[in-house]
Write a protein of this length. Structure first.
Length: 476
């Protein structure tokens, strides 16, 4: 029995829903240096333009950002919203994306609608009693049906057999699951979330649903209502769930019912923010009105376009950040994100000089294939080449054709192969006449041309990086 559960956890994780490519988002357990882990988290999110857009949309929503402080970058979102919460939101979005692409559509959409309904309600209950972090309650409740959704994605036939036992033979859901599989979907949820480094609070809610702690009760009561209520809000099981929540809130049942019905509208808004608009028709919305939230998906470009307003906003963020004397890593993160999302460059990288100034090694990168690019960006400066010349002249360079005969003396086959780009920009970071490293940028993945305007933006961010690093390196 245990072996079967372990098999399904591995099978779903590695073959059917390969969320393992996102598990680096759970690096908090394995990385002790918060600055490094935040930089890695930002780089992982920024690989995916859709994920980036939704993280920023959620971070700027009134729910997560009640002060309405403008959050323009993923780096700032991690600082403002919190590392753990952004990590969990990112993984939840990745899970939702994987499940929405599954073969079994209707039943999975119903389960996900219940998940968003229950999560939104659990968050409201947590807020009403003054919980310090209601967002954590939201994430735990959102993932409550993860095991069931994942299983239906990979084995619809057996999922239907389980449903037949429930509908036609009167089995309770957990009994039907054990009869067919030898384990329950709740056990699968716990296994998957543990494997993916998600949400200890959810484990507690599943393993000890009768525990009378406020957070557990918020989650369990909300899940029970979302699972039982019908679209008309008049079935006996649903009415009983409403009564339990009214007792939990210590208020009148009629007032509670109105509160709960209005809360579904918020669930629809959350679904839209998370990119799950397909579930909105399955929510028990007032009068069945599915038009309360626009279901039109926002268009997201695969490669970032130049955005002068965003460039200005990120530069302002950089300036305001200097007041708290940030680390050099924080400055580099903001500049890289500005180059990528603001200036519109596909791949951007910061390379650091070794202490003896003989090697140039990739440290941080954003864009397609960023991890492998960092590994390839490893060059010796013991012989004259393009990079040593950039440090010598202390000037930004726009290489228009790396394969031209004019560049042959400076760009070796090793460099050309590692960069794999005909045109690119370089900006040296030199502080008080001491070279530190350099920024590299190109549009190799999209094959879009570089331009004078883009080079100007690249240089401006490079200059601001130099000024910022020099500022924080001065004695207090």
């Amino acid at each position: 029995m245990a072996k079967d559960l372990k098999y399904w956890i591995k099978h779903i994780s590695e073959h059917e829903i390969p969320i393992f490519k996102y598990t680096a988002l759970a690096i908090a357990d394995g990385v002790r240096d918060d600055e490094i882990s935040s930089a890695q988290l930002a780089q992982i999110i920024l690989r995916d333009t859709s994920l980036t857009a939704r993280i920023l949309r959620i971070s700027n929503s009134v729910i997560y950002n009640p002060s309405r402080t403008s959050i323009n970058t993923v780096s700032r979102a991690i600082v403002y919203i919190g590392f753990n919460l952004i990590r969990d939101i990112s993984l939840s979005l990745a899970v939702i994306d994987a499940i929405l692409k599954s073969r079994s559509r209707k039943h999975v959409l119903k389960l996900m609608a219940r998940s968003f309904h229950g999560a939104t309600l659990a968050r409201m209950l947590a807020e009403k009693r003054g919980d310090d972090a209601p967002e954590e309650v939201f994430i735990a409740a959102l993932l409550y049906h993860l095991g069931a959704m994942a299983f239906w994605c990979v084995d619809e036939e057996r999922g239907l057999q389980i449903q037949t036992l429930i509908d036609k033979h009167g089995f309770k859901p957990a009994m039907a699951e054990k009869e067919m599989l030898g384990f329950t979907f709740d056990q699968l949820t716990v296994g998957l979330t543990h494997d993916w480094h998600l949400c200890d609070l959810l484990h507690s809610a599943i393993n000890n649903p009768g525990l009378k702690t406020p957070r557990i009760q918020d989650i369990v009561l909300s899940k029970n209502l979302a699972d039982s209520i019908n679209p008309q809000w008049n079935n006996p099981e649903g009415i009983q769930a409403v009564k339990q929540i009214a007792r939990h809130l210590k208020q009148d049942e009629g007032k509670t019912l109105n509160l709960l019905r209005n809360n579904v509208l918020e669930a629809a808004e959350f679904a839209q923010q998370y990119g799950a608009v397909e579930i909105i028709p399955y929510l028990p919305l007032p009068n069945g009105d599915t038009t309360v939230v626009s279901a039109e998906p926002q268009s997201i470009e695969k490669y970032p376009l130049p955005d002068p307003v965003l460039q200005l906003n990120i530069l302002q963020d950089l300036t305001s950040t200097l007041e708290s004397r940030p680390s050099a890593n924080t400055i580099l993160e903001l500049v890289l994100e500005g180059l990528h999302r603001g200036v519109g460059l596909d791949r951007v990288l910061f390379a650091l000089l070794s202490p003896d100034k003989t090697m140039l090694n990739g440290k941080f990168a954003i864009g397609e294939g960023n991890e492998s690019f960092i590994q390839r960006f490893h060059f010796s400066l013991q012989q004259t080449n393009l990079f040593s010349e950039v440090f010598r002249t202390a000037q930004a360079q726009w290489i228009r054709n790396s394969q031209s005969s004019e560049q042959a003396a400076q760009i070796s086959n090793e460099i050309r192969t590692a960069l794999a780009s005909e045109a690119f920009f370089i900006f040296p970071i030199i502080i008080r006449q001491t070279p530190i490293g350099l920024f590299y940028a190109d549009r190799q993945p999209s094959q879009r041309p570089l331009s004078t305007e883009i080079f100007s933006g690249f240089r401006h961010f490079g200059q601001q990086a130099c000024l910022s690093i020099e500022h924080i390196s001065q004695p207090k």
